[in-house]
Design a protein around this ligand. Sequence first.
Ligand code: ZN
Length: 413
Amino acid sequence: MRRETLEVLRCPYCGGRLELVESLFHRSSSDEIQDGILGCQCCIFPVVDGIPVLHLLPASTIARDQMQQGRPDLARRTMVGLDDEAGAQTFEAVARSDTATYRETVEAFGPNFEGGYFLYRFSDPTYIVAQAVTRAVGATVLRAAAKSGVRRAIDICGGSGHVTRTLLDLSSAPPVLADLFYAKIWLARRFTAPGCEPVCCDGNAPMPFVRGAFSLAMCTDAFMYIWTKRQFVGEMERLVDSSGAVLIGHTHNERTWSPSHGQPLAPEGYAALFETIEPRVFAEAGLFADVVKGGPLDLARRDAAETLDRDPALTIIASRNPDVYARHPLDPPMAATGEFRINPLYVSEGARWRLQFPSDDYEQEYGACRQYLPEEIALDPSVNESMAAGQVSPKIADLVRRKVIVDLPKRYY
Ligand SMILES: [Zn+2]
């Protein structure tokens, strides 16, 4: 972790500043803390392989003791959840490798690690909406006030950093990725969102950051699993500055059924959680349609109660900055931030490529991708050259827009 990140970190329990305890085991340089112990007025927390672990759940206290004993290697094993020797050695070999892929690393975490459908994440319908909304709101609140100094975003419950990736060029200070699952944020920093600042913390506890540290506080595809929703939203409101925005993307609707339902609220229940910033609730279907037709993304819309009630997923935005609630053109893809690859949902049949879902479950949950992914497509060999160049030539612009070609992190699979 960067030492300067200590400026925005606070103990989740006493609210005090945290600093490196120099008298205990540590490995650090003038601007980075690799391993060690952070202390506040009430407790001490470990920094494990550059990631501060700011909660007191069992793994954290075990890792803290191991760190104090000068065993950062064991502390990392504890935090990634590998306690058997063979599994730990497999992971450590992959972690040392410069060529191991994201997929290989996920596999090294073992069969219990929830890898799910990560391979297809960058083109799934939930993701393309989350990305568009994050870019629209993020560009407005992060770039607009860039003159006023450091502008920072935080992705809470951001898992392995797929949406955090879209914040990397918007946040002037490295975006913070906060999640309880250490292995996921470790993966994010290495592959999915290189340059982000991961912080391991508990979404059901007060958030370990100073008031007003961020211009954008966001959480996508996770809020329905948070039990302490009222505290969580209160904390998001506390974390953003006066012209910032709170964004909750893809949270399920209590009035409809959806796969992996969680403990959702009804639209007005979500709105009532906000006590200091007036929120607006959007039905995801309308935002999805905007993205599929190539924009603009209409955040000036006011969805009727019936529209909200029947949509399985909702997006909530709260900001005092009126420019957020506008019609935002979608960023045209210009160049690969990672590398262009043919969408892994396609299988090759000679020069033709056919859409093939990994499972019936995937098709049921994400089948709306058929609205932009053709069933079959012919790609001539020159497409490969365009992809390798990493620039969006006229030849591939439409394929990139439709997610037949996807911009994936380097060494993804
Ligand atoms: Zn404390």
